[in-house]
Ligand binder design. Sequence first.
Ligand code: NAP
Ligand code: ZN
Length: 347
Amino acid sequence: MTQTHAYGTASASQPLGPLSIERRQPGPHDVKIDILYCGVCHSDLHTARNEWRNTLYPSVPGHEIVGTVVAVGDHVTKFKPGDTVGVGCMVDSCQHCASCADGEEQYCENGFTGTYNGRGKENTWGGYSENVVVDEKFVLRVDHEASQLAAVAPLLCAGITTYSPLRHWQAGPGKKVGIVGLGGLGHMGVKLAHAMGAHVVLFTTSPGKQADAKRLGADEVVISKDPAQMAQHAGSFDFILNTVAAPHNLDAFITLLKRDGTMCLVGAPATPHPSPNVFNLILGRRRLAGSAIGGIRETQEMLDFCAEHGIVSDIEMIAMKDINEAYERMLKGDVKYRFVIDMATLG
Ligand code: NAP
Ligand code: ZN
């Protein structure tokens, strides 16, 4: 075990601050990574504050990690010291259930091990730290230019969480795709759906984000609080990806789906949405679905797709000590569009 500087919290009510954690020595299949940058996901905040009521303390969040390989175990074949790599939301899974066999480790029937907050009673600590030790199966290759690495970090969660459902529901030419919420996930959803060739409509509660949404790739922007604007899109969407982090009226979006259209929820609010009206689903054979991040193979595919299309996240870099203020700003929707921690500031 080695002592490692990190930033986290001992309880739901305390702000994050410096603490020390233990990392294992790299085993035969492990890669040790010095962390350069870590994105700040809304899930970090949900977890630090125990909003999903499953947090293990002390909690060290962070699952949008980009860093440099500094050591590898004897049996590691994919990576060598000096490589630039990424780690997302998972660091392990059972490797023998049907989902793992299909490369969908995020749906591991025995529960994947999160990069932070572990699984069951065993805790893991995330990317708000100097380094991390991860089985090479859960380490991703990063081919973006060195100057883009901070902006690559958010791809490891916000990128794959939007890429996977957009691919699953076949966003592409001829499809009308809605993205709800222009935050960390939403702004990646807009960029990716646009790059896939879909007609993209961004729904926002923030009128001030309209110009940005267009710049990011939205063909149209709808202020979701304006019933007249919403009504113009009734019954017209093939697919809607909903990234909102708070409970809200889902019917307002379900009624915008075509026959056989799907709305997929990726936002994970701490309390339930008001129940949707069943008739809006029955009449039109519409579907309400969910999706969790993406498998390791698909995460690599997403990173390669982004490198090829020149896609990164729009970020605001922060110092580690400013994380508590960043959480407050994220709650107000005041981030364009992802905070990324410069880990050199951990000290
Ligand atoms: P974020 O940056 O805070 O963005 C959320 C956006 O939702 C906001 O920017 C805002 O967009 C909109 N919003 C917030 N409160 C709202 C309200 N009361 N009513 C309507 N819209 C509201 O968060 P994020 O990091 O993108 O994460 C979004 C959610 O996805 C979180 O719950 C997170 O835990 C979850 N998540 C899920 C997965 C998964 O695998 N399914 C993975 C990662 C994250 P506008 O200002 O444009 O309205
Ligand atoms: Zn996340």
